[in-house]
Design a protein around this ligand. Sequence first.
Ligand SMILES: [Cu+2]
Length: 310
Amino acid sequence: MHRFWSLLFAAVNMACLALLVVAYAYPGLGWWLPDSASTQANEIDSLFYLITGLCAFFFVATQGILIYSLWRFPSTAPGSPSPIHGHPGLEIGWTIAPLVGLLVITAASLPVWKEARYQGFPPPALEGTNPLPPEADQVILVTARQWDWHLKYATESLPAEGIRQWASVGNPSDLIIANELHVWKGAKVSLLLRTTDVIHSFFVPALRLKQDTLPGKTIPMRFEATVSNVRFDPAEGRVVPNETKASWEIACAELCGGNHFRMRGKLFVHPDRKSYDAWLDHSRRQTRSRSLTAMLPNASSSNQKEGALQ
Ligand SMILES: [Cu+2]
């Protein structure tokens, strides 16, 4: 019984290890990483594995020493312990080991961060007269507010004053929808992130993309989707999932108020530009007819009357 704590710690650690193995071995359970659907996903995952591996090594080492010590030196053992006061070698060792670990993580992280934020294709010109960010196929303004995401899709005729002007004013033909991010596979997408109230965090796990939105700031992000999950069906006039049936969530990763949990959206990756354009045209026409209907106060009641006569 005096070795109870040693056995308990060993059992809890073995259970944790078993969970880790099961989570990794059976991805269908959804306990491990989500789908990866962007060019930067693999590099970020490699970083995750490196950091998890380092942490696991030190966790197993420290827990091993703890379990051994609890077993070997129970409190009921005869004699009294001899405490250590001051051991420069030990202290230098446990200072240098984490330092080396952190330097390894930093060295591995820098190229990934550089690739995700500064390479691939240039960020949109927030100032100046560039009408379109160089090499970007799509520009989408994401505006967070309690508690949804508003996405504005740029038309091809962005104002000559630049992207910032477009983000603030926009074009009459822009499409604005809530909680749906539509792109196509292989498109170089420029996102501009804003918020109208508090800090939110735009998080798309499948893209490995996560960025806070800060009041008063317009923050550019970039990504390129590598897998599609839907296509637009013109006959049915709706987006249909493809054979993978993958559903990719957009979440707010910053506790932003009472209904924070409702702040969710979906990522739709079309197989090609044709499917995306068809969806965009369809959605624009729907939005336009809805707003025209809304401008006529009696439109809905007269429609109902017409419907009743037919
Ligand atoms: Cu939020």
